[in-house]
Design a protein around this ligand. Structure first.
Ligand code: 5HY
Length: 255
């Protein structure tokens, strides 16, 4: 089985960290392909970054289809481009926010999200609502850390995040914490040891969920809105982004 884990920002050190996290839980027969696009934002910290990163993300999905990839993880907590990626993909595509929130709801009656900048909290709020998690998501907290602070060895990021997780544990009535950034993938186990409650990283969870879906013979439904994008010309500089014909490397039972 081959799972492509896509970091939609262009920071290679974060991609390496994300790939290591995915490989730490992948089954022996699962190959993890961790990539980031060459083009796009170095970090994704708002609606505009998400929108722009979506095109390069979709190019990575198209490449994966041509390479016969079995499933995908979008390793960015805003789950950018998730439904568009599902239109293109044959196999399952999971975003780390969706996967982490659902996992938290399986092991606790309430969870808190601890993310980076306050301005991106609304994105996590919208996702929790869209994923039917209003009943479980007790709070969304921001550490006011820039995403790239997570890549700075000299930053105080781990301490700052751990302290916010402790406040979430003691003040929110949450039984679990969801880390709200793909760049935090290497911190989950250490913070969990520090605070004594489950701390969930979406990269590892999404990887295992994709593995489970593929293992059960499930891919993305191609009935209705997630059918392959309709062929049509795209004008001007975006001509190259016109929907490509579907590549059927994997014969699936779906239309
Ligand atoms: C992420 N941004 O997971 C998101 C999370 C955030 O570049 N990778 C990013 O902090 O908004």
């Amino acid at each position: 089985m081959r799972i492509k884990v896509i970091n939609p920002n262009t920071t290679a050190s974060m991609t390496a960290k994300i790939g290591e996290a995915a490989r730490s839980v992948a089954a022996p027969g699962t190959e993890i392909i961790a990539v980031n696009p060459e083009n796009g934002p170095v970090s994704i910290e708002g609606h505009y970054d998400e929108a722009v990163s979506g095109m390069a993300l979709l190019e990575e999905i198209y490449r994966g289809e041509a390479e016969g990839v079995d499933g995908y993880v979008i390793a960015c907590f805003g789950d950018p481009g998730l439904l568009a990626a599902r239109e293109v993909a044959t196999g399952p595509v999971l975003g780390i926010a969706e996967a982490a929130m659902h996992a938290a709801s399986f092991i606790a009656t309430g969870f808190s999200v601890v993310t980076t900048l306050g301005r991106t909290k609304i994105i996590a709020e919208h996702l929790a609502h869209a994923y039917g998690m209003d009943h479980f998501c007790r709070a969304i907290r921001a550490c006011e850390l820039e995403v790239l602070a997570l890549e700075d060895e000299g930053s105080d990021a781990r301490r700052i995040i751990t302290e916010e997780c402790l406040r979430a544990r003691d003040e929110d009535g949450s039984g679990a914490i969801v880390l709200g950034c793909g760049g935090m993938a290497d911190l989950a186990k250490a913070i969990e040891a520090d605070i004594g409650i489950p701390v969930i990283d979406g990269v590892t969870i999404a990887t295992k969920m994709v593995e489970a879906l593929v293992g059960c013979g499930l891919g993305t439904s191609k009935h209705g809105d997630l059918a392959h994008p309709l062929p049509k010309p795209y004008a001007g500089a975006f001509a190259g982004y016109a929907p490509k014909p579907r590549v059927r490397i994997h014969e699936t039972k779906y239309a």
